[in-house]
Design a protein around this ligand. Sequence first.
Ligand code: BTN
Length: 231
Amino acid sequence: MRVIRLDEVDSTQRYAKQLVREGDTDFAVVAETQSFGTGRHGRRWGSPKGGLWFSFVCRKPVDLPDDEVPFLTLAVGVTVMEVLREMYSCEFEIKWPNDILVNGKKVCGILCEKVGEMFICGVGINTNVSRVAILEFNSMAESLEEATGEKIENEALMQKIVERCIEAVECLKVMKKDIIYKLNSALAYKGEMRYLTYLKKEAEILFVDENGSLAVGDEGEEKHIFVGEVL
Ligand code: BTN
């Protein structure tokens, strides 16, 4: 896959979406810094120099029904976590739907957006950035370099993530069960009471169901949440 390397851009995600709309569908774009990185729910994403900020494009599998598209987001999250686990000896977990935590704090955020039949997957990893630099943007953020005690090879990490995610998306249809299984084994806060933005209150985190929704216990009742986030 072609890699577009930029020193600075407002957002690799916005840049990638623009190229896809113009008909370019086979590339990844990475930038040293983003002046206007965007996260889920329209939030700003702090992107100082040293971190790994990139977006890549993959095609929606032809056999994937539209209502199963959320699986794609989950598959990318699980795959990024697997690559991180293979490369670094830290305890990575997934905060549903696809935030990656280390030491209980967010080290990676993922934003998948659909443009026609294509998906733009934006991945932000706080690799070689200090905790102090990222805390300015998110008080619950972690630095991969500080967590692992080693300098992160951004280029190698990105190449591996892109390659593995594209593979995972291609065989998404047959891998659904596997993705849910892996997600459940890495699920953060299992058995804990956490605030759910959708319910606007705390509930017990139980598991991720076969549709990719988060099952929670709320006053003796099991509820399945498919939007919002866990705080
Ligand atoms: C989130 O957790 O809210 C998702 C964060 C996604 C950030 C990445 S960094 C590369 C790409 N470009 C952006 O503007 N956003 C994504």
